[in-house]
Design a protein around this ligand. Structure first.
Ligand SMILES: Nc1ncnc2c1ncn2[C@@H]1O[C@H](COP(=O)(O)OP(=O)(O)OP(=O)(O)O)[C@@H](O)[C@H]1O
Length: 699
C-alpha cells in the first residue's frame, strides 16, 4: 500500500512541477512517468507481494498504464481535436489526486478479483486462435488473453474519444441553430456526425465479438481448472467431509460464469468511465463561469467540475450505505437457489427408493420448504432494492435538471452560448455518471461480489483440503519397499477430532486374504478409507507397498453415465479393454446375459439389481488385476452360494493379489486365511486385533 501511495504521490508531484511549467507537456510528462512505472511493475517476480498480486488483468500496471496513456493522449489531443488544454494549476493536481484516491478505495476488491483472474492471464497452456486474414495459429493462452484484453481496452478508449468528439459536434450544432447558420448545421450533420457515428457503430460491433470470444474462452478455462482442482487427490470428498462449503457444483458452473461475465461487464465500463471522467472533467473545468465564495471575491476555479464531483461522491457514498446489505442478501439468494436445485437432483437420483417408501409427500414438503427459503430471502432482496432504486431514480432525475439550474443564470446573462450550455449539460451528465458508476450498477455489483466471495471461499476450502492432505502432523501414507499394507501406532479420528479407531500395529500382508469383522460403526470402513488415502483425520503412518495397484470395492459401486462398457472399464477409459476381455470378465462374474447390451447407454445404476451391480464391480477387478483388493461388504447383496463362487473366481483369477474383506456373514470366514476383529476399548474406540479362526469357531 505504501508503494502504491508513493507512486500516486510521485505522479501528482511530477504533474505539479512539470505541469506548472509546461501545460500539455506536463500531462505528457505524467504519462511517461506512469508508463515507466507500469513497465517496472509488469510482472517482475522480485516485487513485493502487494504489487505482484495485481499482475493479472486488473494488475495495477494496467491501471497505471491505462491512466498514463490516457493522460499522454489528452495532453497531445487538444491540437488534434481542438480541446482546450487542461489547466495545470494546483487545484487540477488536487482534483487528479482526489480521483486517484477515489479509485484506490476499490483496491481491496480489485485485489480479490486479481487473485481469481490472474491465473488465466498467466496460463502457459498452448491454444489455437483464429484471426482474419492470418487464419489459425498456436499461441500461449495467457498471451492471447492479455492481447485480447488490451485490444478491448484500446477499442474502449477509442469509443470514449468518439463520445468526446461528438460532444463538440453537439456544441457546434446547437450554436449553428442559435445563429440560424444553415450551412454550418448541415455540415455538422452530414460530414462530422456521419463519420463519427459510423465509426462508433463499427467499433461497438468489433468489441462485441472480441468480448464474447474472450468470455467463452475464459469461462471454459475456469470451469476446467476448478473441476480439476476439485477432483484432484479426492479434494471433493475431503471438502464434503469438512462441510466447509455448500454446493461446489454451483460454484463451478454458475459462479465461474457470472464471475467471468461480470468481470468484463464491470471492468471495461469502469475503465471507460475513468477515461470519460478525465476527458469530460476538462470540458467542465474550462467553462467560463465564475462563482465567488459568498462574502469574498475568491472565485472557485473549475466551479462546475467541483459541483459535479461533490454531488456524485456524496451520492456514491449514500448508495453504498443504502445498498451494502444487498451483497449479503445476493449471496444468500444464490445459496438458497442452489440448495433447491440440489434437492431436486437428489430426488431424481433416489427416485426408486423414494417411490418405494412412498416418500413423495415428505419430499414435497421438503421442496416447498426449500422454495419457501428462496421466497423469504427474495422479499428481503426486493425490499432492499426498492429502497436503493427509490434513491437512484430520484438522483437520476435531479441530475437531468441540475446543470441547467446552475448554468441558466450565466446563459441568460450572455456569458455562455446555447451550444456551450448544451455541451456542459452533456458533460456534467457524463462526469457524474462516471463518478457514480457504482450508483447505477450497485445491484449487479452486489451479485458480482457475492460470486467473488463464493469463488474465494471455494478456493480456500480447496487449499484447506489439500493442506490437510499434506499435513505432516496428521495421517501420513508412506511407501513401503516390501509387499505389505502396514499400520504402526495410528489413531483414526472423526472430522471433529474424536478418536474412533486406535491401532497398535497391524500387518495386512501377513496372510494372502484377511477378513475384518466387528460391530457396526466400529470403524471398519474408516480403516479402509485411511488405507485408500482419502481419510485425512488422525495421526500416524499408513504404509502402502510402493508402486502397488490398490483397488477398493464399496458396498454400492458407482456406475458412471454412459454405456455398460464404460461402467465395466471404470475408472479406466471405455476403450481400455478389448471386447473379448470384457465379455470374458462378464462371464466369470455371471453377467453373461448382459453381454449383448454392452454399448447401450442407460442409467445403469438404476437399471441393474444390487447384486448385478456388485458383480459388475468384481468384473472391474478382474479386468484391472490389482495387487491389493479391498472389499467393503462388496458381496452383501449376493446369496451365499454366489458369494462363494465369486470369491473362488477371484482367488483363481488373481492368485497373486492380496484380498482384505469386511463382512458380517460367518460363511466368509472359510474363504479367508486370517481374521482381524475390531475389539472395543474402554474409551469407546475400537482396535483391530488379529484373531485365530478356531477361537471364533468355538466362540
Ligand atoms: N463423514 C463422517 N462424519 C462423521 N462421522 C462419520 C463420518 N463417517 C463415518 N463416521 C462415523 O464413524 C464411525 C465409524 O464408521 P464406519 O463406516 O467406519 O463403520 P463400520 O464399522 O464400517 O460400520 P458398518 O459395519 O455399519 O458399515 C460411525 O460411528 C460413523 O457414524
Amino acid at each position: 500500500m505504501r508503494l502504491l501511495s508513493f507512486a500516486v504521490a510521485a505522479i501528482a508531484a511530477i504533474a505539479l512541477v512539470v505541469g506548472q511549467q509546461g501545460g500539455n507537456a506536463g500531462l505528457i510528462g505524467m504519462g511517461v512517468v506512469g508508463l515507466l512505472l507500469a513497465v517496472v511493475t509488469f510482472r517482475s517476480p522480485g516485487l513485493p507481494f502487494f504489487l505482484r498480486i495485481f499482475s493479472g488483468v486488473f494488475g495495477i500496471e494496467y491501471v497505471v498504464f491505462g491512466g498514463a496513456a490516457m493522460l499522454a493522449l489528452v495532453g497531445w489531443w487538444p491540437s488534434a481535436l481542438q480541446i482546450p488544454p487542461i489547466p495545470t494549476s494546483l487545484p487540477t493536481t488536487v482534483g487528479v489526486f482526489g480521483v486517484l484516491i477515489y479509485a484506490i478505495s476499490f483496491v481491496p476488491v480489485i485485489a480479490r478479483i486479481a487473485r481469481l483472474a490472474s491465473p488465466y492471464f498467466e496460463s502457459d497452456e498452448i491454444t489455437t486462435a483464429r484471426l482474419w486474414p492470418i487464419g489459425a495459429f498456436s499461441i500461449r493462452l495467457g498471451t492471447l488473453a492479455v492481447a485480447l484484453f488490451t485490444f478491448l481496452i484500446v477499442l474502449n478508449q477509442l469509443q470514449v474519444g468518439i463520445t468526446l468528439r461528438l460532444s463538440y459536434f453537439n456544441r457546434d450544432m446547437y450554436d449553428a441553430l442559435q445563429n440560424k447558420d444553415a450551412a454550418a448545421f448541415w455540415y455538422q450533420l452530414f460530414y462530422v456526425f456521419c463519420f463519427w457515428a459510423v465509426l462508433w457503430v463499427a467499433t461497438n460491433l468489433i468489441e462485441m465479438f472480441a468480448n464474447y470470444t474472450i468470455l467463452i474462452r475464459w469461462r471454459q478455462w475456469m470451469a476446467n481448472e476448478y473441476s480439476a482442482r476439485w477432483l484432484n487427490h479426492a479434494t471433493h470428498y475431503r471438502i464434503a467431509l469438512a462441510g466447509s462449503v455448500d454446493n461446489p457444483d454451483q460454484r463451478i458452473a454458475e459462479d465461474t460464469r457470472s464471475f467471468v461475465n461480470q468481470t468484463y461487464g464491470f471492468a471495461l465500463p469502469l475503465l471507460s468511465q475513468v477515461s470519460t471522467l478525465v476527458s469530460f472533467s476538462i470540458i467542465l473545468w474550462n467553462i467560463p463561469v465564475a462563482f465567488a465564495l459568498p462574502g469574498t471575491s475568491f472565485e472557485i476555479p473549475g466551479y462546475i467540475f467541483w459541483v459535479a464531483f461533490i454531488y456524485a461522491v456524496a451520492a456514491t457514498w449514500l448508495t453504498h450505505v443504502i445498498g451494502r446489505p444487498l451483497i449479503r442478501l445476493e449471496f444468500e439468494q444464490e445459496k438458497r437457489e442452489a440448495n433447491f436445485r440440489f434437492s431436486l437432483a437428489r430426488l431424481r437420483e433416489y427416485s426408486e427408493q423414494i417411490a418405494l417408501m412412498v416418500g413423495e409427500p415428505t419430499e414435497r414438503g421438503h421442496l416447498a420448504q426449500r422454495f419457501g427459503d428462496i421466497v423469504t430471502n427474495f422479499y428481503r432482496l426486493v425490499w432492499r432494492r426498492l429502497k436503493l432504486t427509490s434513491f437512484t431514480l430520484s438522483y437520476n432525475q435531479l441530475s437531468v435538471v441540475l446543470p441547467y439550474m446552475i448554468l441558466a443564470p450565466y446563459y441568460f446573462a450572455g456569458t455562455i452560448t446555447l451550444g456551450v450550455m448544451m455541451q456542459v449539460a452533456g458533460a456534467f451528465d457524463r462526469v457524474q455518471t462516471a463518478l457514480s458508476f457504482i450508483i447505477n450498477s450497485y445491484s449487479s455489483i452486489a451479485s458480482y461480489l457475492a460470486s467473488i466471495n463464493r469463488l474465494t471461499s471455494f478456493e480456500s476450502a480447496i487449499a484447506d483440503a489439500q493442506q490437510i492432505a499434506a499435513d505432516e502432523a496428521g495421517l501420513r501414507r508412506e511407501p513401503l519397499t516390501e509387499k505389505s499394507v502396514r499400520l504402526g501406532k495410528t489413531t483414526l479420528n472423526l472430522p471433529n477430532g474424536q478418536p474412533i479407531v486406535r491401532i497398535d500395529g497391524l500387518d495386512l500382508g501377513a496372510a494372502r486374504s484377511t477378513l475384518v469383522i466387528g460391530p457396526s460403526g466400529s470403524g471398519k470402513s474408516t480403516l479402509f478409507r485411511a488405507i485408500a488415502g482419502i481419510w485425512p483425520f488422525g495421526e500416524g503412518e499408513v504404509g502402502i507397498p510402493a508402486g502397488a495397484q490398490i483397488m477398493l470395492l464399496p458396498q454400492r459401486p458407482y456406475l458412471p453415465q454412459g454405456s455398460l462398457r464404460a461402467a465395466l472399464a471404470y475408472p479406466s477409459a471405455e476403450d481400455s479393454y478389448s471386447d473379448a476381455e470384457i465379455r470374458e470378465a462378464m462371464g466369470k462374474v455371471k453377467l453373461a446375459h448382459l453381454a449383448e447390451r454392452l454399448d447401450e447407454i442407460d442409467l445403469w445404476g438404476q437399471r441393474l439389481s444390487g447384486g448385478e451391480q456388485q458383480r459388475l464391480a468384481f468384473a472391474r477387478a478382474l479386468l484391472a488385476k490389482p495387487d491389493w483388493l479391498f472389499l467393503d461388504e462388496a458381496t452383501a447383496s449376493l446369496d451365499e452360494k454366489l458369494e462363494g463362487e465369486i470369491y473362488a473366481t477371484i482367488n483363481a483369477e488373481l492368485p497373486d493379489a492380496h484380498i482384505v474383506s469386511i463382512g458380517h456373514r460367518s460363511t466368509l470366514r472359510e474363504m479367508h486365511d486370517a481374521i482381524v476383529t475390531m475389539e472395543p476399548n474402554e474409551d469407546g474406540t475400537f482396535s483391530p486385533t488379529p484373531t485365530a479362526k478356531d477361537a471364533l469357531a468355538t466362540a
